[in-house]
Design a protein around this ligand. Sequence first.
Ligand SMILES: [Zn+2]
Ligand SMILES: [Zn+2]
Length: 300
Amino acid sequence: MLSVTILGNNSAIPAFERHPTSQVLQNNEQSFLIDCGEGTQMQMMRYKIKPSRINNIFISHLHGDHYFGLIGHLTSMGLLGRKNPITLYAPESLQAIIELQLKVADAHLPYPLHFHSLDNEGILYEDKSITVRCFKVYHRIPCWGFLFTEKRNPRRIDIDKVKEYDIPVSFYDSLQGGMDFLTADNRMIENELLTVEGVHAKSYAYCADTIYNEEIAERVKGADVLYHESTYLDDLHERAASRFHCTSREAARIAKKAGVKRLLLGHFSSKYEQLEAFLAEACPIFENTELAIEGTTFLV
Ligand SMILES: [Zn+2]
Ligand SMILES: [Zn+2]
């Protein structure tokens, strides 16, 4: 099961009880922190996210609204006696920033902190259950999107059928691997007869700060859930472009073009107190749109 909890959905500065950008993607194994704006630790406490489960942190770019909470999180983990390593996937300069912050405080983390700089598109992380890739988005400074894809589940054994055909338990692993079964009297029983399709592997695409660019639709094609920034409403589309941001309609156009199943809008400008207009503008273009409201957990 894959889910994402929104911890911060605002751009630039905190406003109207909204926090700068941060979210946590969780599967059964662990949690992945995506951006870490100011206030992220407090939001984790508020929404019962266990920081100890976070082994991998992905920072899209080095505007403060995406990482000013990071040093706090890293040092708190140290004060709480964490031993497990944390890997930080971020633009290269972040390593020097973090190391300087630790150095001037004469702080020493009791756990290994690994840096992985974002240089090229491709796979960043992989384990038996999930693959994480990064892709370029188009912002004023280098900025990255992230695509989380569950590993395809193997076919599931149909218990009634394996009993009916008297398949030995020792052959179950082979069945899940796709093999057909040869009986003692040389009859071939096809795999499809004994197994059912595994659960569809879900994917979540995180599209951080970016100007409207249809190349992004190619990179997130078919995702189950796309989070796309939507800093402004449509009347400010010129301002959005001049600041390398998007409007709600532009985010909806990307979702439609990419053929995703669901769109989450976030990274709202602090000039807006009410957010309903973002939905009103996006839904006529892409119906299955929701606001990435803080504290909400969306099942992918
Ligand atoms: Zn931002
Ligand atoms: Zn930015």
